[in-house]
Design a protein around this ligand. Structure first.
Ligand SMILES: C[S@@+](CC[C@H](N)C(=O)[O-])C[C@H]1O[C@@H](n2cnc3c(N)ncnc32)[C@H](O)[C@@H]1O
Length: 332
């Protein structure tokens, strides 16, 4: 997951541990971390690739999330996650009996899950790539005929390098990787990043021996814990993606009746992506060929910007902003 030299990564973890030990506020820690990392010779671009928790996620600011370890063999993983999220670690708790805090991160035999508490709470949220609806779509979903493929410009002999700047649980990125694109996934919410990292790790582990095709798809996906706006600002010319894909949280989406209860919980944790306008502006400066924005079908354009063209589905649509024509043989 860290494709810069391991020495840098270890150094960064040490620096971060040091800063945490001094008990700084998250923002001060972040500033100190940046300065120290630069002193260690980490470039600004590499800095945004360091795996440090930073987010506008409401959970990180309010101390209202527990990390619950369900089995002793996951203690080390649970400890690491609790430290990363800066939240308390608990063990031996029956989550179904909890009323507070409102959300917990559960680590057990099925991986890492975000779980709402309380009697009427919906089911757990995990990132799953080897089973469920994502796996079904991979096998029976229509391949390059899918609307997302057309929106991104994938066809025989054209496999653009995609940067998914709003990774979420990685479903769209997985579809694109299934179609043959290499996809960089950027996620700024530490909670969502943890779910996604766990889903990818489990899929990698399972597929290595049991599903070589899935293993190749997962190998095309690279996850980074960063804010895309910062990352794109500092991206080097040579690293520019062919396509930037955006699916920001639509402010009214959580009220919509067709949002499943689980996803309403997810929206609650992530909050609203109020900075989507700036992200589109930045993406338009940094993509080589096009920017694709996924929106609810009736939603207004991001930043009031009319796209080059649109593709409409039953509940969502794609706004496509063309920068220049994609050449044949791209990514082959
Ligand atoms: C609607 S979800 C994306 C769902 C995703 N397309 C999928 O298929 O699972 C939006 C996600 O984008 C993330 N996000 C929004 N703005 C971001 C930014 N500037 N940098 C990184 N992540 C961002 C949010 O934290 C949230 O997890």
């Amino acid at each position: 997951m860290h494709n810069f030299c391991d020495g840098f990564y270890l150094k960064s973890r040490l620096i971060k541990a040091r800063i945490n030990a001094y008990g700084q506020t998250p923002l001060a820690s972040f500033a100190v971390f940046y300065i120290v990392a630069r002193l260690f010779g980490v470039s600004t671009e590499a800095f945004w690739r360091l795996n440090i928790p930073m987010s506008n996620s409401p959970l990180i600011n309010n101390n209202d999330l527990w990390v619950i370890c369900q089995l002793p063999e996951f203690t080390a993983q649970a400890q690491a996650l609790a430290e990363q999220l800066n939240q308390p670690l608990k063990a031996g708790i029956d989550v179904s009996l909890l009323d507070s805090p409102e959300f917990v991160m559960v680590i057990g035999a099925q991986g890492v899950a975000l779980q709402q508490t309380g009697r009427k709470a919906p089911g757990p949220i995990r990132a799953d790539f080897a089973e469920g609806s994502v796996d079904h779509r991979r096998k029976f979903g229509g391949g390059k005929g899918q609307m997302i493929a057309k929106a991104v410009g994938v066809k025989a002999g054209v496999y653009p390098k995609v940067l998914d700047a709003t990774a979420g649980l990685g479903k769209d990125a997985f579809v694109l990787a299934t179609l043959g694109c290499s996809v960089q996934l950027l996620e700024r919410s530490p909670v969502v990043h943890a779910l996604l990292a766990d889903g990818l790790a489990r899929a990698r582990e399972y597929s290595t021996y049991d599903d070589p095709e899935l293993a190749q798809i997962i190998a095309r996906m690279e996850l980074l814990a960063v804010d895309s706006l910062n990352y794109l600002t500092d991206i080097l010319e040579d690293n520019r993606p062919d396509v930037i894909y955006l699916d920001p949280m639509f402010p009214d989406r959580q009220k919509s009746a067709d949002v499943k209860k689980e996803m309403a919980a997810f929206h609650h944790v992530v909050g609203k992506d109020e900075d989507a306008d700036s992200l589109l502006e930045k993406a338009l400066q940094k993509a080589n060929y096009r920017v694709v924005v996924k929106r609810p079908r009736k939603a207004p354009f991001i930043a009031n910007k009319t796209p080059s063209y649109q593709l409409e589905g039953k509940s969502s649509r794609y706004d496509i902003y063309t920068i220049k024509k994609m050449p044949e043989g791209l990514g082959v």
